[in-house]
Design a protein around this ligand. Structure first.
Ligand code: GDP
Length: 297
């Protein structure tokens, strides 16, 4: 997920920890390299700048240059700052899916992995939390997308709302709500339609669905490979729809990880899960502490 960044940083810190006593200039040089590494990982410029400044301030405050293991001290400060940038001020926590049936709205651009992630998450809720889940596709423009969700549902043993031709997304959302209540489901997931890029028609449609479903969680599914574009997409959806969290997909293919590092700082919204492959089990919760550890090797 962060192979390239991790490699770059371990190069910087290896030199630093081997060095013994450190001058302020040594720390500065190392942090300049950290900044370049972050930018190369496609972390946004303000985030990279704030990150390095925060580390610099703490390193000065803690008199790193006078400590016995100054290099390790710097690594520790960088670790803590990574956790901070990944987690923000609050914890992401578990999904709010008490009070059945709890609606989860899945939003995002076409091809970002929304339908796949809907099914992955449904499987996870069923297997790990014993939840009864109903999935419904609202993608009326693409019958293939509706069928795709149905096929995945059969594959993972999760029910899907029967497809009725000619219904609009709001009507389907209402039907899912009724069906979820009558059928005794714990959760119902609404897989909304995506577009190739953000447009007003899409946003109006998703907003109308949100208004009838009143979702407990609204998760934006976005392709992590698109780096800063993923962050912009999240900002857009949050402004227009209001999201409660982000799922970054294709992180199995991203050796840079910039989207993950900028997301919370730029949007204020937590990354809840990461997609790590096409298989139905390839979904992990996003734990800032573990991720920071992974980045620093
Ligand atoms: P949607 O248009 O947003 O619903 O996107 P889909 O769910 O149809 O996914 C588009 C493609 O991306 C499919 O081929 C998925 O198998 C693939 N995909 C989704 N998530 C991941 C992921 O985390 N890693 C990888 N490698 N592929 C993924």
């Amino acid at each position: 997920m962060f192979e390239n960044l991790s490699e770059r940083l371990s190069g910087v810190f290896d030199r630093l920890t081997k060095q013994g006593a450190l001058s302020e200039e040594d720390v500065k040089t190392a942090l300049r390299e950290v900044r370049v590494a972050l930018l190369e990982a496609d972390v946004s410029l303000p985030v990279a700048r704030d990150f390095v400044k925060a580390v610099q301030d703490k390193a000065t405050g803690q008199a790193v240059t006078k400590s016995i293991t100054p290099g390790q001290q710097v690594v520790k400060i960088v670790h803590d700052e990574l956790v901070h940038v990944l987690a923000g001020d609050g914890e992401a926590g578990a999904l709010r899916i008490d009070n059945p049936p709890a609606p989860i709205l899945m939003v995002g651009l076409q091809g970002g992995g929304k339908t796949t992630t809907t099914a992955k998450l449904a499987k996870r809720l069923k297997e790990r939390e014993g939840k009864r889940v109903l999935m419904a596709s609202l993608d009326v423009n693409r019958p293939a997308a509706m069928e795709q969700l149905q096929i995945l549902g059969t594959q993972i043993g999760v029910d899907t709302l029967p497809i009725v031709k000619g219904e609009d997304p709001v009507t389907i959302a209402k039907r899912a709500k009724t069906q979820a209540a009558l059928g005794g489901y714990d959760v119902y997931m609404l897989d909304t339609a995506g577009r190739l890029s953000i447009d007003e028609e899409l946003m109006a449609q998703v907003a109308a669905v949100r208004d009838v479903a009143n979702p407990r969680e609204t998760l934006l599914v976005v392709d992590g490979l698109t780096g800063q574009d993923a962050v912009h997409t999240a900002e857009n959806f949050d402004d227009r729809i209001g999201i409660t969290g982000v799922v970054l997909t294709r992180m199995d293919g991203d050796g840079r990880g910039g989207a993950a590092l900028s997301m919370r700082a730029v949007t204020g919204k937590p990354i809840r899960f990461v997609g790590l492959g096409e298989k139905m089990d390839a979904l992990e919760t996003f734990e800032p502490d573990r991720v920071a550890g992974r980045i620093l090797g």
